[in-house]
Design a protein around this ligand. Sequence first.
Ligand code: AMP
Length: 180
Amino acid sequence: MMNVNDYIKQHIRTVADWPQAGIQFRDITPLLQDPKVFRVLIDIFLARYANAKLDLIAGLDARGFILGSVVAYELNLGFVPIRKKGKLPFTTVSEQYELEYGSATVELHTDACKSGDRVLLIDDLIATGGTMMAGKKLLERLGATVIEGAVIVDLPELGGSKLIEESGLPVFKVCDFAGH
Ligand code: AMP
């Protein structure tokens, strides 16, 4: 019998050379589209975090919103979005960082969490780790404790998850893909 991680991995589509040459884009839309697979995926996160004494889920723009908000709802927690620059209307804190392709800034509302909150940070994928590190810094600037960074996919050869773990944030991933 196939393990659950391979079952999830089978439903991720690889699109070569998108959004630019040399990038192997790991597309999670087939996984979200299939109700059975989507449920299995969410249940993996629920099992892991049901007793984690979390206060809040933070999701990274944009696929982290899809995953993070469902997990938050099921765990009876609030959800806060960490958004790309210029999208949040209220006062924000912001962090600039380098991406696998380009550079970016992410922002968080200053009232998104309180000092001492235990927050789970969710995205779909870790590549160079820049996005998740920036998210972690934003939450920490507001005094939160980020307990783990959780993703569906890690690209270990890009070194992002190692970097994040070396910064003191544990990483949980459902599956790995070799290469970029
Ligand atoms: P990074 O900051 O380099 O770890 O990049 C992670 C962010 O960029 C995540 O929000 C991903 O959705 C997106 N991303 C980067 N590389 C890929 C890839 N090869 N396939 C799919 N998404 C990617």
